[in-house]
Design a protein around this ligand. Sequence first.
Ligand code: NDP
Length: 272
Amino acid sequence: MTDRYAVFGNPIAQSKSPELHAAFAAQTGEDMSYERIEAPLGGFEAAVRAFIAAGGKGLNVTVPFKVEAEALADEARDSAAICGAANCLKIEDGRIVAENFDGVGLVRDIAVNLGVDLKGKRVLMAGAGGAARGALEPLIEAGVAEIVIANRDVAKAEAVARLLGPRGSIRASRYEALEPGFDLVLNTTSASLSGAEPPIPGKAFVGAELAYELAYGKGKTPFLARAEHYHVGRIADGVGMLVEQAAEAFAWWRGKRPDTAPVIAQLTVPLD
Ligand code: NDP
């Protein structure tokens, strides 16, 4: 029988997850269906339970339900528990288990697809929202030396910096106080979605080997254009992260890891 999966969000029409999972299923020969479900605001848990009762085996979760998804799970794995948000649920023996693969997708894209060694690197992370929280543990696990989180609302950056406690060298900063010396500059803000950019001082880009924009499909965003202006070694957007987090979910659900390279190539919008 065909196993049923879905992505839940509100709105949901924009989600690329059905195409990604259809490509992975075709590639690996898995018999599964994957649909978009727009849960009503305030009705996420009921919609998830109805989906499970109808035989759903797992689901992805996107804005604005990631925090609720972690909260309703019977068990939250580290990646979800640390950031208090889940982007993936799996039904295991009738129990709901939560994971968050956004951060691991980001790290795989940087380390494997872009070939950037993260060990000992100094990372500037602009933004302190859900994507920033999810990225912390995988970056520390990958061996970065330090993460500095800059955010307009600096109290939010301080709260995020405390999430991993003594497990990593993570601190908060105001944008104006940033100094040069970063190897990687990550834009985890949602500024690019409205054509804006975070107020990172130019000197914070100087000498960096990679500027990475988590948003995708937007071409060369103001953040990436600015990084180029300051001669950052390389620029990239988040299409690889998107595909890698989907591949992690697929592997967790189905026990098979798909080849991500052709899917990334298919979705890539040139950065020029
Ligand atoms: P959140 O809403 O949780 O956080 C938004 C963050 O952006 C906050 O830190 C906010 O700062 C900051 N921000 C918003 N506008 C501006 C601005 N004009 N200038 C400076 N800072 C700004 O969003 P998410 O963390 O969920 O998503 C962030 C980005 O990551 C989005 O672009 C999203 O598309 C992308 N993303 C990509 C994924 C991928 O697979 N490639 C996966 C997940 C997310 P403040 O607190 O000061 O308001």
